[in-house]
Design a protein around this ligand. Structure first.
Ligand code: IPM
Ligand code: MN
Length: 357
């Protein structure tokens, strides 16, 4: 198993180290070999090479069986030119690997329901999967930065563009994955306003009636979906949506789970897959050893499942996390009185040890 590591910035290196401890323990238990190739992405790459995504990073990632990423960005790079921002590195590696499908599962477990800003009876038991289109839409359309127009007024614009094949391949993924879950897809758009959304809704509805009559499809406007998520998150199974709406709704959904430090993600295409926590680089707590590594460790479980079809090892990691939580260990974001507070690396070691029992 050849893994390219992209720890990135802020808390990235700490959480990736904790995840490596868990992956090494899993490899030992189940008898597979892992080799790592650490590369630069984001702000650290700008500092070292002047660009957020050096060529060596792309070469390594393309040659790897999977990529594990921490997080990129931070205030240090807030004022660099838009084309070399750390985020460009992340968007760039997604594009370079053709990772059009981003999976962001959100589960409210009994261990964390008390942390949800929603009432426990509303949040507990929620179990949804956001399927976000990742390489199209407004994040990749033409960005016309602020400039003076012919009338001397400052203006800027960004283009939202989707093609039929881009929508079909992501919708297919959502329908197929829903078949393995509870058979419900909620497709989210803004078709009362946007042309891209009207085409999105038309294509998704056509596909459902033609190829997926067994799937229950609901179409929701994104504003309504944002509201429904906090009113009743349990109504959702698979949420299918475009790049920008998926970005926004997945942050909202993560909050419902109690901590943004709990949500993993998988980004898939036709080749190498990339796995990362959905949270950012949290520069305010970087280097203190208090970041929650669970989202990254859960991303490793997704990696084993989706890139290697290693279902038992993936399940074993998730079970080890539950055991360690059950024993009362928590990083500070999940801490409450009566439990045992542990650091980022301690949490990684506890889960690794649990696997090797
Ligand atoms: C995410 C992040 C990225 C995105 C940023 C950092 C480019 O917010 O993974 O959700 O918008 O996709
Ligand atoms: Mn985001």
């Amino acid at each position: 198993m050849k893994i390219t590591l992209l720890p990135g910035d802020g808390i990235g290196p700490e959480i990736v180290d904790a995840a490596i401890a868990v992956l090494n323990a899993t490899a030992k238990k189940f008898g597979f070999d892992v080799t790592y190739d650490k590369q630069l992405l984001g702000g650290c790459a700008i500092d070292a090479t002047g660009v957020p995504m050096p060529e060596a990073t792309v070469v390594s990632a393309k040659a790897a069986d999977a990529v594990l990423l921490g997080a990129v960005g931070g205030p240090k790079w807030d004022n660099v030119a838009p084309e070399v921002r750390p985020e460009k590195g992340l968007l760039g590696i997604r594009k370079a690997l053709g990772l059009y499908c981003n999976l962001r599962p959100m589960v409210v477990s009994k261990f964390t329901a008390y942390l949800s800003p929603l009432k426990t009876e509303i949040a507990e038991g929620a179990d949804l999967l956001i399927v976000r289109e990742l390489t199209g839409g407004i994040y990749f359309g033409e960005h016309n930065e602020a400039h003076l127009n012919a009338q001397g007024i400052e203006e800027a614009s960004d283009v939202e563009l989707y093609t039929r094949p881009e929508i079909e391949r992501i919708a297919k993924f959502a329908f197929e994955v829903a078949r393995k879950r509870r058979g419900k897809v909620t497709s989210v758009d803004k078709s009362n306003v946007l042309g891209t959304s009207r085409m999105w809704r038309k294509i998704v509805s056509e596909m459902q009636s033609k190829n997926y009559p067994d799937i229950e499809l609901t179409n929701l406007y994104v504003d309504n979906c944002a509201m429904q998520l906090v009113l009743n998150p349990r109504q959702f199974d698979v949420i299918l949506t475009n790049n920008m709406f998926g970005d926004i709704l997945s942050d909202e959904a993560s909050t419902i789970a109690g901590s943004i430090g709990l949500l993993p993600s998988a980004s898939l295409g036709d080749g190498t897959g990339l796995y990362e926590p959905i949270h950012g680089s949290a520069p305010d707590i970087a280097g203190q050893g208090i970041a929650n590594p669970l989202a990254t460790i859960l991303s490793v479980a997704m990696m084993l499942r989706y890139s290697f079809d290693l279902i038992d090892p993936a399940n074993a990691i998730e079970a080890a996390i539950i055991c360690v939580m059950d024993q009362g260990y928590r990083t500070s974001d999940l801490y409450k009185e009566g439990l045992t507070k542990v650091s980022t690396s301690e949490m990684g070691c506890l889960i690794a040890q649990e696997l090797l029992i």
